[in-house]
Design a protein around this ligand. Sequence first.
Ligand code: AMP
Length: 578
Amino acid sequence: MRRCYKRHAVRHYGCIDTPTFSGLGLRDELLAALAELGYEEPTPIQLEAIPHLIAGRDLLGNAATGTGKTAAFALPLLHAMEGVGTGRAPRALVLVPTRELAMQVSEAMHRYGRGLGARVLPVYGGQPIYRQVKALERGVDVVVATPGRARDHIARGTLTLDDVTCVVLDEADEMLDMGFAEDIGAILDAIPAPRQTVLFSATMPPRIRAIAQNHLTDPVRVQIDAEPAAEGEAPKVRQEAYVVQRAYKPAALVRLLDAEEPAAAIVFCRTRVEVEQLVETLNGRGHQAEALHGGMTQEQRDRVMGRLRSGAADLLIATDVAARGLDVDQLTHVINFDVPSAPAQYVHRIGRVGRAGREGVAITLAEPREHRMLRNIERVIGRRVPQQALPTVADVRARRLDVTTATLREDILEGDIDSFRVVVESLADEFDVMDIAAAAVKLAHQASRGSDDHEDIPEVRMREDRARPDRDSARGRGPGGAPRRANRAGPGHPPPEGMARIFVGAGRIAGVRPQDLVGAIANEAKIPGKQIGAIQIADRFSLVDVPASDADRVIAALRAGSLKGRKVTVRRDAKAQR
Ligand code: AMP
């Protein structure tokens, strides 16, 4: 039975009445920006959150990266903003844990708010402060900041919060993990009421609920649906995930298509723009892909579907909206080019294969940051989606040779090759029959499908959730999430197994705080805050425990960057060598 997709119900995919952004009442300039970006419909978290935020409510949202949460808060924030492009002090502040996220959120807000002329400024540690000061002086509408740098600006008087009417805490659990609890509290206390406060977090530990209790007023609670799928709803298909950095996704897809050789496959993308780009990339690499998205006329879509059904096309690149209701018996593979924005969407997509006892394969390409969405999906479907290593170029070649061998064997068994014997005979005077056969196999092999793939695709491991229970006490962090202090990182205690201790030549006197070190390591060396161990700050130096396998990278990155605006000595702590 097909259920309808209600305005505030997020689990119902597959409805005829598709929810739209215009149905949410967003301003025309925003709708135009979304159309240009190729967004066809709101994701579940957007559908849930946007009406409440437009109504001015505070909101506590449970959503991980990949759900579309950025647009869920950015669109209503821009929608409600008056006098965009005119004032000097920001009207909205978004706090994020890392420099990457600051840039990413700021870019997204800039794209959404372009038609409104919104001025969005990312503000993070590691970038010269004077450049940010200049930009703040020129006037901005939205500041997207890491908490430490935001506080620096507030203390200098270069960031004024008097006009802020909306503040967003994005990835709040990550910010607490990085030791920013105190900074967040101080910043929120400095923003006058009345204001709208929005908090998004992938997890809801007690410390997040405490912040919500202290700083949010009667918030609505939204979360993407985590209800288990009904018995039998998830088809029995081979499901697997590959973790790939965004830039390598097209190459990974080509590799997988070459390895799997699907009879017919559908690749799901988030936007029309992505669909079109991917069609172009795949066709440029020897595949024959067809696009299917909501920007096409019904006639165009019917034509594509006809080609798929007749077998003339075997690779469809589609958005959810366009592929809704699509029912093709031949489909053997569903590929999620991105992790779907909600578990229900995953279940719905993979329901296209493995029907009536047929074999089906569901492949998901995930970015390292999207591990939580994948875990959510596993929880809802009640089974693991194992992470696999991408096949190598050699694997794919070997597989293609197997296929060529099998095809030749079939041809020999079928007979009907007499008319070609004359070719072999005429060459046999000159060459060895074995060489003639090998050359013929080469020709046949080259004529078979497959791309000329040599690309190096770096292997990435999924970021696993760490065990959470005793984390705070293990790091000497107070129950309120106060900055971590290392009660076990003292010079007398060796670092725990698997960790290495790093000496940083700046400490309390230079104003170094644990969150500065965590921020610098997370940003410069790309080590998630959670993996950084105990920290000790002495007057003139600090000691930080990091995973031993990352120690060299952390040292190089810290040496290349700066801490509190200064170059510092960074090396392995000689006393802690085990
Ligand atoms: P986020 O969870 O905010 O990091 O967003 C994940 C990705 O989804 C980003 O690449 C967004 O551009 C994209 N995205 C967000 N909302 C939509 C939507 N309604 N339709 C298609 N793509 C979206």
